[in-house]
Design a protein around this ligand. Sequence first.
Ligand SMILES: Cc1cc2nc3c(=O)[nH]c(=O)nc-3n(C[C@H](O)[C@H](O)[C@H](O)COP(=O)(O)OP(=O)(O)OC[C@H]3O[C@@H](n4cnc5c(N)ncnc54)[C@H](O)[C@@H]3O)c2cc1C
Length: 405
Amino acid sequence: MREIAHDTVRETFDTPIRGQYDTIVCGGGVAGVAAAVAAAREGARVLLIEKSVVLGGLATNGLISWYEPICTGTGKKLMTGMAEELLRLSIAYGPDTLPPEWKELPEEAAGKARCASHFSPALFAMALDRWVMEAGVEILLDTWVVQALGEEGEIQGVVVENKTGRSAYLAKTVIDTTGDADLFFRRGLPCVNGQNYLSYVAYVTDQKQLQKAVESGNLLMARRWVNPGSNLWGNGHPEGYPEMSYVTAEEVTKFVLDGRARLFEIIAGEDRLARDVTVLPAMAQVRKTRRIQGRYTLTEADCGKHFSDSIGVAVDFYNRGRLYELPAGILFHDDCPNLFTAGRTVSADGWAWDVTRVIPTAVASGQAAGIMAALRVKQGVEADEAGLKIIQETLASRGVRIHLD
Ligand SMILES: Cc1cc2nc3c(=O)[nH]c(=O)nc-3n(C[C@H](O)[C@H](O)[C@H](O)COP(=O)(O)OP(=O)(O)OC[C@H]3O[C@@H](n4cnc5c(N)ncnc54)[C@H](O)[C@@H]3O)c2cc1C
C-alpha cells in the first residue's frame, strides 16, 4: 500500500524471505571478498551480495590496480594471511610489476624497492570469481542491499533489491563492506563522513605506451592511468571546487560527470587515431566517503602501538617504517555486536584512515571481520577478552601476523 502525504510516501508491504545464512557480506570489494572467504573457511554458510556485476570494488571496477606494499619499507615483509594471498592472486593470471627481489614474496629483501605491484583489474576480478566460489560462498550480483533487518540490538538480516524484486535474507551475522558503511548508517549507528578531492581515473592507450609495452614485453606498459582530477594530496583539485563526502546520489553523480567531462576535455583535443580511452571506471573513485565510529578509533598516534586485542597489522604505504596494529574495536560498534565492517569503512581517523583504506589493509580487516563473524555463529565467540583470544588464535592459525613484535 502507498499513501502519499505532502512530503513523504508511506509504503507498507510484505517482503518475501528468500534465504537464511550464518553470515551475509554486503559489498564485494576486496574487503568483502576477503570477509566472505574467511567466514566460509571457518565453516559458515555465507552469502556475498554485490551491487555491480564484477567483484573487487575500487580495486577492479574502480581501476585502482596498484596493490600497495605489504612490506615495512625497511626490507621486511609484514602483512601475511589474505593480504599476501590476494597480492599473489591479483597477479597470478596477468602482468605484474613486483620488483625482482620480491618476486617470490620472501620474508626479507635487500634494497629500497617495496613489495607492491600493479595488476590487471579484469584478470584480478575473474580470479576473484573463482577464489570466492571455490570457498563455497554463494554470490548474488546486480543486487543492492537497501536495509538492515531488526530494530535494536542484533541485526537479523538484510533487505535487497534486484531483478527478482525486493527480498529479505536472514543472517546470524552481517558484514558491511559497502565501502560507505551503508548498513551502519541506515541502522542509525554512529558514522563519520570524509572529505574528498575530485578524482577521476581512466585507462588511456597511445602509440608511445604501446611502444613501451612491446619493448618491455610487459603489457601493463600499454596503459596509462590518466587522472584529470586530484591526487591524494589535493594536487590537481579544480580551484573553487567543493570538497565533499559523496554520500548522496546527487554528490556521486556530480563527481562522476564532472570527472568524466574533464577527461573528455583533455582527450577530445588529441589526434583521435593516435590514442584511445580503453577503460572507463565503473564506480565513483572516492577515497573516504563514510566510515563507522566503532568501539575504538585508530589514529596516527597509534603508530607502532601494541594492542592486546590486535587482529592484524598494517603498513603506512607512504612513510617507510611506520607500522600499525589493528585493534578489533575498529570493526564494530557495541550497540550491534553481530554487525561488522571492514575495508575503507573501519573506525580510523586522519592519516590512519588512509592507512586502513588501501587494498592490503582492507583485505586484512576483511579477513578478520569474516573470522569474527564465523566464530560468533559457530562457537558463540564474543569480542570480549576470552573471545578475542580465540579470534587471535584462529587468525594466527590462518597465517595472519597479529602483532608487530
Ligand atoms: C582515486 C583512488 C586511488 C587509490 N589508490 C590506491 C592505490 O594506489 N593502492 C591501493 O592499495 N589503494 C588505493 N586506493 C584505495 C583502495 O582502492 C580502496 O580503498 C579499497 O579498494 C577499498 O576496498 P573496500 O572493499 O573497502 O571498498 P570498495 O572497493 O568500495 O568495495 C565496496 C563494494 O561494495 C559494493 N556496494 C556498495 N554499496 C552496496 C550496496 N548497498 N549493496 C551491495 N553492494 C554494494 C560496491 O559496488 C563495491 O564493489 C585508492 C582509492 C581511490 C578512490
